[in-house]
Write a protein that binds this ligand. Structure first.
Ligand code: NAD
Length: 514
């Protein structure tokens, strides 16, 4: 559910002029906002409840992006029924036709990239350059699957019977639920929806309530590209109102989810054993800095991996495990580079750290900073909310650096999902690995070293689904598999690349005697 101060409005008339909505001192919200609908069976429709919620700019909470449908299970039911009805024909549609729709939708995203990037920045807070890159990457993801999906097929198996052919065929699953977070609100949906559609599945998509507009733009692009009715459906609303049916309805054959580990566990428990699930969840990603490392590079990688997207990347660096011998030199560089980061609205030139995405996020991060201090770690840089001038309108906090962090502290163990870095000093590679692995997550990890032997050793020793050497913990290619170990993913199917197609197909083994 949205943690912004989003009003859940009782009707469709959403000009927020009611003085009871007065917030932040004397300011009154007077913005007239556009209302956006669900997309069900090829039509843009109001929710059955006739209620809406507001999507608010986290850099300026007086700016309301729009009113979106506060759906309930009746809307989900309609969407699932539409998707179920559309499935047989879509599954039979020629792959080249399905691909043509993805390619056309990609064209539309590219043609509108500037507009959609602005909207994304307004609703989520990331810098507009990053937002544009995300929109363009999503277009590329549609194109990637348009090609890759057309050649994804089964295998043939040699056998002893000269008059028999044995092969596997890959078939679509049926109706798939796509449930996504706000931090990459178009690229994550694209890397789930594109492989689902190209393999012949139909989709019910529930985006985060913090970023519903960019989700609507993606679905609009597919609509304009000519996708048949019912093949993709979008329903906005609170997880508590729509989440259960998205997971438990008997027509749902698979759930692909990205979000918090707690929500992922909940969904996994609720799904029937015949429902396939794919969960991309939280992380507590370490970077190990060895004493032979290029310290300047290590500090840059930490800043980029830990503070880009205001620390709100699932693969963001949150622990730096550094050899004592170089710890002070590393810290000095890290603080200097962090001090140089401009914090502000994502529309401003040169801004590197935007607001946190919603109020709940900001409170959670500030709470963890308090926990770190009370646990006895040293807050050597930042960690305070910014409230002066324009900052007072948004959820801005300074990036935080803690030193003297003990590996058993909560800030060293739990996902914070904000711009907070815990520095842990160690005396050997072995100690570093032990600490790096001693958390319940295993999403991404990196080592900074010039020792080739150690670099290769690290790729074997570390418990993470993405392993990097002399690179940030963040970032993954669209053509390579992505996923985590331990509580960072269910140990089932990877996303991205060719591996991302596997989840959306089932295998039939066919024996033909002739
Ligand atoms: P969240 O779990 O609160 O919500 C994610 C989505 O799931 C939203 O659309 C939400 O409405 C829905 N949802 C929540 N609970 C649900 C339930 N019980 N049933 C059905 N739907 C439910 O996560 P968030 O705050 O949007 O995103 C931040 C989290 O996402 C972080 O933990 C981060 O690590 C994780 N994340 C993981 C990856 C990855 O690929 N591993 C990528 C991005 C974000």
């Amino acid at each position: 559910m949205s943690g912004k101060r989003s009003a859940w409005n009782g009707n469709q008339q959403t000009s927020l002029t009611d003085p009871s909505k007065k917030e932040k001192g004397d300011r009154v919200l007077t913005t007239k906002v556009e209302t956006f609908n669900n997309y069900i069976n090829g039509e843009w429709r109001e929710a059955v409840s006739k209620k809406t919620f507001s999507d608010i700019n986290p850099a300026n909470t007086e700016d309301i992006i729009g009113a979106f449908q506060a759906s309930n299970e009746q809307d989900i039911k309609l969407a699932i029924e539409a998707a179920n009805k559309a499935f047989p024909e879509w599954a039979r549609t020629a792959p080249s036709k399905r691909a043509a729709i993805l390619n056309k939708a990609a064209d539309i995203l590219e043609q509108n990239a500037d507009k959609y990037a602005s909207e994304l920045t307004r609703e989520e807070g990331k810098h507009v350059t990053d937002a544009k890159n995300e929109v363009l990457r999503s277009a590329q993801t549609l194109r990637f699957y348009a090609i890759e999906g057309q050649s994804y097929s089964g295998e043939t198996f040699p056998n002893d019977d000269p008059n028999m052919k044995v092969s596997t065929e890959r078939e679509p699953l049926g109706v798939v639920s796509v449930i996504t977070p706000w931090n990459f609100p178009i690229s994550i949906p694209s890397r789930k929806i594109a492989p689902a559609l190209i393999m012949g599945n139909t989709v019910v998509f529930k985006p985060s309530s913090d970023t519903p507009l960019i989700a609507i733009r993606l679905v609009e692009a597919l609509h304009q590209a000519g996708i048949p009715k019912g093949v993709i459906n979008l329903v906005t609303g609170k997880a508590s109102d729509v989440g259960d049916l998205l997971v438990t309805h008997p027509a749902i054959k698979a759930v692909t989810f990205t979000g918090s580990t707690s929500a992922g566990e909940d969904i996994h428990k609720k799904s029937s054993f015949t429902t396939r699930t794919q969960m991309e969840l939280g992380g507590k990603n370490p970077m190990i800095v060895m004493d032979d490392a290029d310290i300047d590079l290590a500090a840059t990688l930490t800043v980029n991996g830990g503070f880009s997207l205001s620390g709100q990347a699932c693969t963001g660096t949150s622990r730096v495990i550094v050899l004592e011998k170089v710890k002070e030199a590393f810290l000095e560089k890290l603080i200097a580079k962090t001090r140089a980061l401009k914090i502000g609205n994502g529309f401003e030139e040169g801004v590197k750290i935007g607001p946190l995405a919603n109020e709940r996020q900001m409170k959670n991060v500030l709470n963890y900073i308090g926990i770190g201090e009370s646990e006895g770690a040293d807050l050597v840089y930042g960690g305070r909310r910014l409230t002066e001038g324009d900052y007072s309108l948004g959820y801005f906090i300074q990036p935080a650096i803690f030193t003297n962090v003990h590996p058993t502290m909560r800030i060293a163990k739990e996902e914070i999902f904000g711009p907070v870095i815990a520095i842990i000093g160690v005396n050997s590679y072995e100690e570093a690995i032990e600490i790096a692995n001693d958390v319940e997550y295993g999403l991404s990890a990196s080592i900074v070293t010039n020792n080739l032997k150690l670099a290769h050793q690290f790729t074997k020793d570390i418990q993470a689904g993405t392993v990097k050497v002399n690179r940030t913990t963040t970032g993954n290619l669209m053509n390579a598999p992505f996923g985590g170990l331990k509580k960072s993913s269910t140990s089932t199917f990877r996303e991205s690349g060719r591996a991302g197609l596997e989840f959306f197909t089932q295998v039939k083994t066919v024996y033909v005697g002739y």
